[in-house]
Design a protein around this ligand. Structure first.
Ligand code: ADP
Length: 482
């Protein structure tokens, strides 16, 4: 069924529903017509029966002989009856009076129709017949009034035939109309499909035309365009990322190549060769960090598979990160402090990733703080979140740079960052780690005054409800890297 085009399916449904409705209408109309004709005829017969009875009663009170009755009916009804039937018989079935049309209908005496009337057929024509018993002068008589139903039945038959002919014609007309309407409604969809099909990687900036119809089709086109917008942005980001990554990799390789070529151009002292090799090693270390970070982000982009979601004691993680960063601070004679509660604080997540996040923030704090500066690491827990803060009184970040520092390869000061070993991916990784822990990362900074990064993580349910017991499954942090 699905391979049948939508417009045909719509038309078929429309036709089927219409066919059922029209047939039902035809049936009800035919039955209704028949019923109202019978009711109308019955009323007339009833009136006639009443008229006959009262005529006899008023005119022949006390002296109702059969002859009198016959004469009375002949005089009063014969002309008015036309093709209608009126016949009176005595109790033994002998005719007293029969209207001129009686031979035509051939209704025998004694046929008693149930109330209100029936339609028997004895002769060539069916008769709507009403019969009753009347008593005059102590004797019982059978009264029968009736009317031929052939014309009326022919009319209902004509109506039936007319319906049988017109319903299929109406159906065909309506189906064509339905097809036309479905075609009209769906043709914009075809346009949208054609437009969407023509959009490829090479013309991602193209958009589907939006019909100003304020209906589902307008919403569909707008939704498609919104999706294209997001795809285009994602593509731009990927292109930018690839270009940045290639550039970042090419720079140290070019530097190493030039240095090596220069060293080999003429004979050098052992000291000079050694110098060149040491400098190349620094570049290689830079490339290693870069490749490591790129691989991390590539894995991150392909999903959060392999990320642990176990209860983690954040206090232990923060303490471990504090210890690990200590040698870096010592090298710059930085005053390095911590404010960490002595109780376990439980969050759900991956302890090694959380430690990596803290090391990124601490490493940055050291990199962007002058010698003999100050760095403090805080940990606290509120009603349902734990907050980690890394605060330094380093060079700070300008307002213009602040919105971008979590972007990949964004560096406020390229030269300074590269000099201190930065590849511009640390905070992008940090943001990803915070996100997969359902947390938030924020930065407050003032140029020349210092910077504070705050990470808020949701506490595990155990900790929120105050049950601070560390279960046996709590992941105690390991100091080696992710
Ligand atoms: P990088 O490898 O360059 O440090 P990050 O992604 O870690 O890359 O940081 C992005 C940029 O944010 C850095 O280049 C730097 O300009 C700025 N930055 C990050 N942390 C700090 C900080 N504590 N103080 C000043 N600037 C910072």
């Amino acid at each position: 069924m699905n391979s049948i085009p939508l417009r045909i399916r719509l038309m078929t449904w429309y036709a089927v529903i219409l066919a059922v409705s029209l047939s039902f209408f035809g049936l009800v109309a035919a039955l209704g017509m028949r019923g109202s004709i019978d009711a109308m005829v019955d009323d007339q017969l009833q009136d006639r029966m009443t008229a006959v009875r009262s005529l006899i009663n008023t005119n022949l009170a006390g002296g109702a002989t059969e002859e009198n009755i016959r004469l009375l009916l002949q005089r009063n009804f014969e002309l008015r009856l036309g093709d209608d039937l009126l016949q009176v018989a005595d109790n033994d079935g002998r005719w007293i009076y029969r209207s001129p049309s009686a031979d035509h209908y051939q209704i025998p005496a004694g046929v008693v129709s149930d109330h209100p009337a029936t339609t028997p057929q004895f002769g060539p024509v069916p008769v709507r017949l009403l019969s009753g018993i009347a008593e005059y002068g102590g004797k019982q008589y059978q009264l029968q009034v009736g009317t031929g139903m052939d014309e009326l039945q022919k009319a209902t038959a004509r109506f039936r035939w007319l319906s049988l002919l017109t319903i299929p014609m109406l159906l065909a007309l309506a189906s064509m109309g339905g097809y036309w309407m479905a075609e009209r409604a769906i043709s914009p969809v075809d346009q949208i499909i054609r437009a969407a099909n023509s959009i490829t990687v090479n013309n991602l900036a193209s958009r589907v035309e939006v019909p100003q119809t304020r209906d589902e089709l307008q919403r569909l086109s707008e939704t498609l365009n919104g999706m294209l917008e997001r795809i285009e942005m994602a593509f731009k980001r990927i292109r930018q990322f690839t270009a940045d990554a290639s550039h970042e990799l090419r720079t140290p390789v070019t530097v190493m190549r030039t240095r090596t070529e220069l060293s080999l151009r003429q004979r050098r002292t052992e000291e000079e060769y050694r110098d060149a090799l040491v400098q190349n090693l620094t570049e290689i270390e830079h490339i290693t960090i870069l490749v490591d970070d790129l691989m991390f982000l590539a894995r991150a982009d392909s999903g959060a598979d392999g990320v642990q979601h176990a209860p983690v004691d954040l206090t232990a993680v923060v303490l471990a990160a504090f210890q690990e960063a200590k040698p870096l601070t010592k090298a710059k004679a930085i005053t390095y402090l911590k404010e960490i509660p002595k109780v376990p604080i439980l969050v759900r997540g991956d302890s090694q990733l959380l430690q990596r996040l803290l090391l990124i923030l601490l490493d940055n704090a050291v990199k962007y703080t002058r010698a003999r500066g100050h760095i403090t690491l805080y940990l606290s827990s509120g009603s349902d979140t734990a907050t980690i803060k890394v605060s330094d009184d380093g060079i700070g970040i300008s307002e213009a740079d602040l919105p971008h520092i979590f972007e990949r390869f964004y560096r406020a000061d390229k030269a300074r960052s590269r000099e201190s070993g930065g590849v511009g991916l640390g905070l992008a990784i940090g943001k990803w780690i915070t996100d997969i822990h359902a947390g938030e990362i924020e930065v407050e900074s003032k140029l020349g005054v210092g910077t504070t990064f705050s990470v808020r993580l949701p506490l595990t349910e155990n900790d929120v409800t105050g049950k601070k017991a560390l279960g046996p499954e709590v992941d105690i942090v390991r100091l080696d890297s992710f």
